[in-house]
Design a protein around this ligand. Sequence first.
Ligand code: DGJ
Length: 726
Amino acid sequence: MAIYFDKETKTFYLEGKSTTYAFYINNFGYAEHLYYGKRIHRDYIIYTRSEGVRSCIATAPGADNVSGQKSFHHMNPEISFFGTGDYREPTVHPRFASGDRLTTLLYAGHEILDEKPAISGMPSMRGGKTLVLHLYDEVKSFGADLYYTVFDDCDVIARRIVYYNDSGDTVKLDRAYSFAMSLPSGEYDMLSLHGGWACERQPERVPLHYGVASIDSKRATSSATLNPFMAILGRDTTESFGDAWSVSLIYSSSFVLKAEITSSGEALLLGGINDFDFEWQLGAGESFETPEVAIAYSADGIGGMSRALHDAMRDHLINEKYVKAPRPVLINNWEGTYFNFTKEKLCAIADAVAGTGIDTLVLDDGWFGKRDDDKSGLGDWFVNEKKLVGGLDGVIEHVHSVGMKFGLWFEPEMISEDSDIFRAHPEYAIGVPDRARCYSRHQFMMDLTNPEVRDYIVNSVNAILGKHKIDYVKWDYNRNVTEFFSLALDSELQSEFAHRYALGLYDICDRIVSANPDIFFEGCSGGGARFDPAILYYFPQVWTSDNSDAEERTRIQYGTSIAYPLSAMACHVSASPNHQVGRATRLATRGDIAHLGATGYELDTTVFTDDDRAAVKAQIEAYKKMERLVLEGDLYRIENPYTSNYFSFMIVSKDKSQAHLTCYRSLNHCNPAPHRVIMQGLDENKQYYIPELNLILHGSVLMSVGIVVNFGKGDFETKVYHLEEK
Ligand code: DGJ
């Protein structure tokens, strides 16, 4: 990894593991984009910016008849801005005290830092060499520092912008995006991940058109509706071949990501905090930090782009202590009991699986306050001793006595109307005076923009975690903001609410996680709604979906894996017939699909027969053999359940000495052609032993001839294969 500045041509070359990002400072002082793609030599590439025969829409300010003049519209600066002839989507829209809204941000110097500076109060990637490009508007004493970080072990660039106000007046930021990046003219598709409850992260690929395509959230959360992820693909790019760029926003509140095809056919990608219902008061001498984005590139198609992202998240974003450590194998009581449990029932659930390899019992919703259903108790973080006779410690001691760890559910950002804390402090709930609040799952939300509310949450959650021997926490979040208003903010700051909610969330996550370094945290959000890189910074894994039906999970996990590593996805074996879709599947199938992530179980284990127990024990033994691959391996998505009757994932160790292949067939059909699966990612010259086939074959054979997968009779069948270098 390296960052080079060629003084003569004023060209910056930012080099990642196998990529180059390049721009230069042109004669007018603009930072003009040149290239982002496969690693190239540091040759002179400014020739690509020749103007050609184009209409000049506007000159540089005050520069009539100056040679070398070019329209800003065709210049592709590293930051787009309004009012000087760049009619593309602006990256920033300041409103100065005079009412003037235009800005001209010109090169004012740069620094190359060996240590990447952290963003105060926001999650960001760690490590990497960083370029800080200083751009400044002399007229308005307004600046933008563009941060670019490159890593030597992955093909991702981290970017963000810090805006600052050197003037004596407040500047209002109507828009303050995190980045802008140009791509040369071409035919592009956009790939995004949309969804909803129980059908999270469904990929959609559409052609980009002239004008602006965008995805966003206006919910003060990232949400299942559209993930803060967007990939731009060459029209011919496939899963394994061709150019793929992607943008992952490390942010958990209202966001927007845009792709604009300009009149010259070039593409502009940009985005960050959603500017809908946003205005930031940037006081004299203040700066505004925008959330970071991770931008990936691969010449090896969507699969290569995903692997670049997986590496970047594992090595530079997710908590180092936990990211590659074996994960707890859970039994969660939610689908086994819902709210209807007693101490005896929980102990029996643990007893039924003790010794199988399941190592942690997670007590889900309903252990606190007055909470026998979802209508009350949120915010009252004290143990319901009427329900749990002997308190939490009675359950915890029993669980520990059978050799298991103990985990506990919280929903710290929520408050029930029927709770002691709401009765004492109704102002802790988000709401607008004189207006009735919207309910969602019968609950309201805590006003995280208010420091007193944050202190209450941190103190009450930390008190429980400090008092009991808790090894694991599941942090749930089951509704979205409706009334975007805080009693704690002055009227002119109300449009800062959604971003301040995110800052409040990060504050409580940071204070709770750092006070409990030995507790493993899992994120959750009414299934997997808030599954984003910012949440992964605090919580190494996230509950992927309340839909744990194996058939449905092949699609949800396929889509999620496009932007997130397998180890980030919590995947459970639940009851059959499945509670969400009513489908019956074999335990083996459910296990094989749930093993493609951080695995666990979520059903009433007290009904297990001896055979069930033995099967679960065997499943976990099998999982332990592939766990390292799940935590660290390279994922190859071989068969796509959205476009075929099959799903297969192959995970290969970094040194290509081991691999695991899981194949799944949805519906069985009579007299089928032999189902050939062509592997990927192996070393052509290595020989691999496959015990399930009792064969030793070269990587070249497995990646060209493949294997024939003989599924058994019936629907929803799986086959798994282990590959070991001979
Ligand atoms: C939604 C989660 O997705 C479930 O796993 C469970 O924790 C419930 N909330 C509890 O209310």
